[in-house]
Ligand binder design. Structure first.
Ligand SMILES: Nc1ncnc2c1ncn2[C@@H]1O[C@H](COP(=O)(O)OP(=O)(O)OP(=O)(O)O)[C@@H](O)[C@H]1O
Ligand code: SF4
Ligand SMILES: [Mg+2]
Length: 361
């Protein structure tokens, strides 16, 4: 983890990558999965999984994507790593538009952009040895190693806290945490620049989640890695994030640096998510009420008009049902998409707060 806007570390005049530079830029990123019906397979609608995301990822930072199940986090991760092709919008990686690169032209880039999957059981081939699994990227990318693939793999195993002797073992011989370490070793093989980690610890025992998170942090420091970390729950990413983007029904509703997001959330949805998280916050004067959101997340096939959160928001007014609130910068480094944001700086009113504005307990 780094602090946002980390000072560049490169020597002036060299072309070394510099922490704090923009590594990835996403504009209008959209993925609609068509729904087809009948013998003719006519398109009858679409799952609006990801709808018009705009954000950047800075070299060396950890940006977390957080939101309830089905809000489009995994789809976003798969778009960034180009395991999926966007319906529209742009993904710029190191200044290059990779939005629609063919599989062949993406291949060299696969070294730079890697994904860690949620399920350490399903993502490792049970019939392959650890050596074959972790060494696969070298073979796939035809990468020559100085002392042979076996030595390189054993080095990677040590790096992630496993033993080089595990080389000839099979995935079923390992615990969940160890399997995730094997997956991380494979991800690191080609020294990627960006890693999208899709809920990397949520399938693991709570007791070992922290160890794997700490390993990811240590590796980030050692290799200047940049992470997009996906999580369900704001508590999981609290300590590893530099910035957090909160998603709801395919859209980013709030994006801010860690401190302001957790201490001064502006979007009512973030406020509700945070109220469900037990936060040891000694500075908070009043005990935070738990906000129970009404109903389920609506379907992304037919999402609510204008503000997608209006069907569950206790602050919703007529304008929320008719006019979509844009994602605006409401404080330095803090964007939110809401007509009536919470905790906004007093001197910059965005919209008059309604008098009937009450929070349920
Ligand atoms: N290949 C697909 N075809 C059709 N719909 C899809 C496809 N992949 C995802 N979806 C739908 O897109 C929406 C977003 O899914 P996604 O997996 O990105 O959500 P998520 O935020 O990762 O959820 P979770 O927290 O449960 O992992 C969901 O409604 C999902 O059913
Ligand atoms: S725009 Fe309206 S409905 Fe949407 S989050 Fe803000 S107050 Fe709630
Ligand atoms: Mg997911």
């Amino acid at each position: 983890m780094t602090t946002a806007n980390t000072e560049p570390t490169a020597v002036p005049g060299t072309t070394e990558p510099r922490l704090g530079e923009e590594l990835l830029k996403v504009t209008g990123l959209t993925k609609h999965f068509p729904i087809r019906k009948g013998v003719l397979q006519r398109q009858s609608g679409a799952v609006q999984a990801v709808d018009g995301l705009n954000f950047t990822v800075t070299r060396g930072e950890t940006l977390s994507l957080v939101g309830e199940s089905g809000c489009g986090k995994t789809t976003t991760g798969r778009l960034l790593t180009r395991l999926l092709e966007p319906t529209s919008g742009q993904i710029i990686f190191e200044g290059r538009d990779i939005s629609h690169l063919s599989e062949g032209r993406m291949r060299p880039l696969r070294r730079d952009v890697q994904m860690i999957f949620q399920d350490p059981y399903g993502s490792l081939n049970p019939r392959h040895t650890v050596g074959k699994i972790v060494g696969a990227p070298f073979k796939l990318q035809h990468v020559k190693t100085e002392h042979g693939v076996k030595k390189a793999v054993q080095g990677l195993l040590e790096l992630v806290g496993l033993s080089p002797e595990h080389y000839n073992r099979y995935p079923h011989e390992f615990s969940g945490g160890q399997r995730q370490r094997i997956g991380i070793a494979r991800t690191l093989a080609l020294r990627p620049k960006l890693i999208v980690a899709d809920e990397p610890v949520s399938a693991l025992d709570v007791s070992i989640q922290a160890q794997v998170v700490n390993l990811l942090e240590d590796l980030q420091d050692e290799f200047d890695l940049t992470y997009v970390m996906i999580a369900h729950d704001l508590s999981v990413v609290r300590h590893v994030s530099d910035r957090v983007a909160v998603m709801y029904l395919g859209k980013i509703v709030e994006l801010a640096d860690r401190k302001s997001l957790y201490e001064q959330p502006m979007h009512p949805y973030t406020v509700a998510l945070l109220s469900a998280v037990p936060v040891p916050d000694t500075k908070r004067k009043t005990k935070q009420e738990r906000i129970r959101l009404q109903g389920d997340v609506p379907s992304p096939i037919n999402p609510p008009a204008a503000c997608r959160f209006h069907t569950r928001c206790w602050k919703a007014q007529e304008i929320c049902r008719t006019t979509e609130p844009p994602l605006l910068q409401l404080a330095p480094g803090h964007q939110a998409a809401c007509h009536f944001p919470e905790n906004q700086p007093q001197d910059k009113p965005v919209a008059p707060a309604p008098s009937s504005d009450t929070k349920p307990s």
